[in-house]
Design a protein around this ligand. Structure first.
Ligand code: HEM
Ligand code: HEM
Length: 186
């Protein structure tokens, strides 16, 4: 089924979830790695272009996913856990949804405020225009720090979230994780 029901995740949510999760962790690794090759400027430049391209892809997918999530049903939490736990999980999901939009937006702001004015070619296909922000070294430094803080913060939250899913699967032995792979609750 394409859409969620009260007991299961649909193919749409599952596809968005795993595609964005993979790209998001990949982007954090690439962002970290590309900073570490400052002694190889050509490689670093190419990695920056890939990072920007995949970042815009995440932004587009994340916006579609937010629209998808708010236009459909949310499955009820798997029965058995305390109420506070379901509330924390819901808050974490909302924060993760927001961060998958905010992190690439902050990255876009770096490119838009950099006095170097390097155009953002997305996969060498289209040029994404810059955001209407003032350009200066100080603004670039501000967005660079904000982007790094949000990205690593989101990475830590996503790790805690993945840990919680594994806890459900291996210790509680409930259907929380398997639901995100399309298995139905018994
Ligand atoms: C899912 C989306 C993204 C994630 C998870 C992400 C993550 C990261 C991370 C972890 C770093 C390294 C930060 C550090 O160690 O200082 C970084 C750097 C950077 N990112 Fe992103 N990024 C994303 C999207 C974007 C986008 C869309 C752009 C631009 C269009 C962008 C531009 C940059 C730039 C220019 C840097 C280098 C910053 C600097 O010079 O300090 N990022 N990113
Ligand atoms: C290996 C890593 C991950 C695992 C094992 C995992 C697992 C899960 C599971 C089992 C659920 C369903 C929870 C429930 O029904 O209560 C879920 C939902 C969710 N996850 Fe993850 N997740 C991972 C990575 C991520 C990442 C990286 C993000 C975002 C940056 C993310 C964002 C979300 C969101 C927003 C939901 C709510 C449903 C939706 O709107 O898609 N997850 N995850």
């Amino acid at each position: 089924m394409l859409r969620n029901t009260r007991g299961s995740y649909g193919v749409g949510t599952i596809a968005f979830h795993w595609t964005i999760a993979l790209l998001f962790f990949g982007q954090i690794a690439l962002g970290y790695f590309m900073q570490a090759v400052a002694d190889r400027p050509r490689l670093q430049f190419n990695l920056f272009q890939w990072h920007k391209s995949f970042g815009f892809l995440v932004l587009a997918l994340a916006l579609l996913r937010v629209a998808w999530a708010f236009s459909g049903t949310r499955p009820l939490p798997v029965a058995g856990g305390p109420r506070w736990e379901a509330a924390v999980a819901r808050l974490a999901h909302r924060l993760l949804l927001a961060l998958t939009v905010a992190v690439p937006l902050a990255g876009w702001a770096i490119a838009s405020t950099s006095p170097l004015r390097i155009p953002s070619f997305v996969f060498d296909l289209i040029v994404v225009p810059d955001l209407p922000l003032a350009r200066s070294d100080a603004m670039e430094a501000f967005w660079s720090q904000t982007h790094a803080l949000l990205a690593y913060g989101a990475g830590l939250l996503a790790l805690a979230h993945a840990g919680a899913a594994l806890h459900h699967h291996f210790l509680r032995r409930d259907a929380t994780l398997m639901r995100m792979f399309g298995f139905r609750q018994r």
